[in-house]
Ligand binder design. Structure first.
Ligand code: HEC
Ligand code: HEC
Ligand code: HEC
Length: 282
């Protein structure tokens, strides 16, 4: 047991440390916390760039054929394999032609509860489908830090003009990933997409920036290749979260209609966004 004055000293030391930690955290903006200096430099930005400025610069480079985007100069000599459309959906994904409908946001879930119940179910159990549950967590809960992450996402969207001031992000619905963030409706036959890293990066700007920073920081030991070479040739769209998303996720094989070609093994190695971070299990 500590004596009363000792407890008091201990408590004020702890409070001082906590305040110092908060001060350090607060001095780092949401978007740039761990994005290396090299990336700001090569994008021609400073750390005071707004989330929108950082996102626009990253996306411009991400889609620039001169910097590795696109099918590549040898594309006439090879055929994409099924997984290619997930790795580089912008160049290789085309929506199925079976459904012709201008679907509203809420209709996506309604119909998919019937047509692809597995995908709808795992989305419902994910953080994306349960933002309100996260917001209502007690501060003592070990997942309470996610409240701050939601606020970061909202700040990014506000900076990009996708969310009004003071308005909370209600949900991350099917349409936000599969058509565009904030869209209210869209034509299934033509507007459906598989999300790429830039699509996730509108909300998860810091993770997108960190992922993209490999181009600026990956150096070969004897300088055999230029900075970032090798890394910038890849388009790991769904592997955006290769670090955060690497925990065990007991996902079931789900072979969606018309997609029997995608094996369970591929789904597991890709990481199924629908099952990331089931809220209930923390
Ligand atoms: C009336 C029912 C219905 C509605 C509403 C609907 N879908 Fe679908 N969706 C389907 C069916 C059926 C398929 C399978 C089509 C196929 O494979 O030919 C499908 C396929 C998909 C796929 C998989 C595409 C692929 O390449 O395999 C995604 C993603 C999807 N829908 C998203 C959405 C989104 C987002 C919305 C809302 C904007 C939506 N759907 C609204 C019935 C619906
Ligand atoms: C956070 C972004 C995100 C949200 C939200 C989301 N999806 Fe997806 N979806 C993906 C990604 C990424 C893939 C591709 C690979 C994977 O994760 O397995 C995908 C794949 C799919 C597929 C399989 C298509 C194929 O070609 O294999 C279907 C069907 C689908 N989603 C339907 C839905 C429905 C229905 C909803 C809403 C209930 C939804 N998605 C919400 C990101 C999302
Ligand atoms: C419309 C905004 C939005 C989009 C688009 C979006 N997310 Fe999220 N995502 C969120 C929010 C909000 C959270 C909760 C706060 C947090 O963890 O950042 C979240 C949480 C996550 C988490 C953490 C889950 C957990 O267990 O806490 C992962 C992983 C993730 N998203 C991956 C993705 C990927 C991959 C994509 C693209 C395929 C994507 N997100 C697209 C808003 C979005």
């Amino acid at each position: 047991m500590l004596s009363a004055p000792a407890t008091k000293t201990f408590a004020s030391c702890a409070a001082a440390l906590l305040l110092a930690a908060i001060a350090v955290l607060a001095s780092l903006g949401p978007a740039e916390a761990e994005t290396p200096d090299e990336t700001f430099k090569s994008l021609g930005l400073t750390r005071s760039a707004t989330p929108k400025e950082l996102y626009d610069a990253l996306t411009k480079r991400y889609y620039d054929p001169a910097q590795g985007a696109g099918k590549g100069s040898l594309s006439q000599y090879w055929q994409p394999i099924p997984i290619t459309k997930y790795l580089d959906p912008r160049d290789f994904y085309a929506p199925p032609q079976g459904i012709e409908m201008d679907a509203r946001r809420e209709q996506c879930v309604e119909c998919h509860e019937q047509t692809t119940p597995g995908w709808a179910h795992s989305w419902r159990a994910s953080v994306h489908g349960n933002l309100e549950e996260i917001r209502n967590l007690s501060d003592k809960d070990s997942r309470a830090y996610k409240k701050g992450l939601i606020a970061d996402v909202e700040a990014n969207l506000r900076s990009m003009g996708l969310l009004k001031a003071g308005e909370p992000l209600k949900e991350v619905g099917c349409i936000d990933c599969h058509m565009g963030v904030g869209k209210e409706h869209g034509q299934h036959k033509t507007e459906l997409k598989m999300p790429d890293a830039a699509a996730c990066g509108q909300c998860h700007l810091q993770q997108f920036a960190e992922r993209e920073s490999e181009r600026d920081t990956a150096v070969w030991p004897q300088g055999q290749r230029g900075v970032g070479r090798c890394f910038n040739q890849h388009h790991h769209a769904v592997a955006l979260f290769h670090v955060q998303d690497s925990g065990p996720r007991h996902i079931k094989p789900q072979v969606p209609i018309g997609r029997q070609d995608l094996s369970w093994k591929l789904l597991v190695s890709l990481g199924d966004q629908h099952t990331t971070g089931a809220v209930a299990k923390g």
